[in-house]
Design a protein around this ligand. Structure first.
Ligand SMILES: *Cc1c(COP(=O)(O)O)cnc(C)c1O
Length: 407
């Protein structure tokens, strides 16, 4: 397996790196990156096996540790993120769990923004306390709350930005400063922003995590995740944790993700342009009460968006007139946009957080996160934006029309 000696990714721009970066060619000199669906590797002799295990000659040992296809995916992600090191995982949650769990021990404390993906709350509130790790949840947009929550034993700060589903945007650089002033690290779940529109490591974060299941795959096929950081951070915390506990990504899934990275900028930019247009159409519609889109100047954190993101992203949250009934009538009347709780797919997807992804929260907790009964989360896909606008407008026509909830 060799890298092209002619390619210097350091001199290339993102789109080029995503097509060529990290490619390892076998002796067959294949054009497209190869899928190495293998668990293990053979050695020419016992001596060669001994040397490989002792780290005296480079190469692969076992696919729970590393695999050529997975290595290509990790290297390409590093180039995109501007990270020194990366580890791919079986899912986004495996990446979040590794980034958090590997850094803490009994007695440590974590501070996190309250608006988190549900499974992240399970790790912080159910799992880690069993091992003596406590956490404090804060309003992520209030820097004073982050500062007040810091304790001598605080080891990790954790946030998502933009958040799910309220699309709040937090000041990553300022929160990284608070972490570092207290000797803690900042981990950012960057799924909603995508690595195309926001680079947390460059803003001061110590570790970025992704669910590659979303925009990175981008076609709704495979689960996967990635942890990215400095080489020191990976060596100190993540490397052994993943190697020994085993949430390894399948080489097949890594291959799907690797090939999808080639089109990631095209897909994210197309969906972002469509989302910007659609958000404006929705904001002007009489049956829409409120639109939250990070790319609009009326977003509550528009100044932070301008500083840390290069686009508003592919997700829109909006509130339909008529509460739950209105939201259901609207979504049931759509024909192109499909009802699904996933996001970052080529297909446009709509979901009703109050009754699905966030149904376990109390009404008070939902209200705190801006999850009203009429709120829907819309993941903009790759369809023609004019078709999407017609479909959404048709859906909104059904709101408030009696007896047509399931048109
Ligand atoms: C989907 C998602 C996750 C979890 O990823 P999986 O691949 O489903 O495990 C974590 N964080 C955010 C923001 C997500 O959207």
């Amino acid at each position: 397996m060799t890298k092209s000696p002619k390619l210097d990714p350091a001199r290339l721009r993102d789109a080029t790196r995503l097509v060529h970066g990290g490619t390892l060619r076998s002796q067959f000199a294949e054009t497209s990156e190869a899928l190495f669906l293998t668990q293990g590797y053979v050695y020419e002799s016992m001596e060669a096996a001994e040397a490989r295990f002792k780290g005296q000659n480079p190469g692969f040992i076992y696919s729970r540790f590393s695999n050529p296809t997975i290595a290509m995916f990790e290297e390409r992600m590093c180039l995109l993120e501007g990270a020194e090191a990366a580890r791919a995982t079986a899912s986004g949650m495996a990446a979040v769990n590794a980034a958090l769990m590997s850094q803490v021990r009994a007695g440590d404390h974590i501070v996190a923004a309250r608006a988190l993906f549900g499974s992240c709350l399970y790790i912080l509130q159910d799992l880690l306390p069993r091992f003596g790790v406590t956490s404090t949840l804060v309003d992520g947009s209030d820097l004073a709350q982050w500062r007040a929550a810091m304790r001598p034993e605080t080891k990790v700060l954790f946030l998502e930005s933009p958040t799910n589903p309220g699309l709040e945007v937090y000041d990553i650089a300022a929160i990284a400063e608070i972490a570092h002033a207290n000797g803690a690290t900042l981990v950012v779940d960057n799924v909603f922003a995508t690595p195309i529109l926001q680079k947390p490591l460059q803003l001061g974060a110590d570790c970025t995590v992704y669910s590659a299941t979303k925009h990175i795959d981008g076609h709704g096929r495979c689960l996967g995740g990635v942890v990215l950081s400095s080489k020191d951070f990976i060596d100190k915390y993540v490397h052994n944790f993943l190697r020994q506990t085993g949430p390894a990504i399948s080489p097949f899934n890594a291959w799907v993700m690797l090939k999808s990275l080639e089109t990631l900028p095209l897909r994210v930019m197309h969906a972002t342009r469509s989302a910007a247009r659609i958000a404006d159409v929705l904001a002007a519609h009489p049956k829409v009460r409120r639109v939250v889109y990070p790319g609009r100047s009326d977003h509550p954190n528009a100044d932070i968006v301008k500083r840390q993101m290069s686009g508003g992203g592919t997700l829109i949250a909006f509130e339909v007139e008529g509460g739950k009934e209105g939201a259901f009538a609207f979504a049931n009347a759509l024909s192109i946009v499909i009802i699904s709780n996933n996001l970052g797919d080529a297909k446009s997807l709509i979901t009703h957080p109050a009754t699905t992804t966030h149904q376990r929260l109390t009404p008070e907790a939902q209200a705190e996160m801006g999850i009203t009964p009429g709120l829907v989360r819309f993941s903009v896909g790759l369809e023609d934006p004019d078709d999407l606008i017609e479909d959404l407008t048709h859906g909104l026509d059904a709101v408030g029309r009696r007896g047509l909830a399931a048109e």
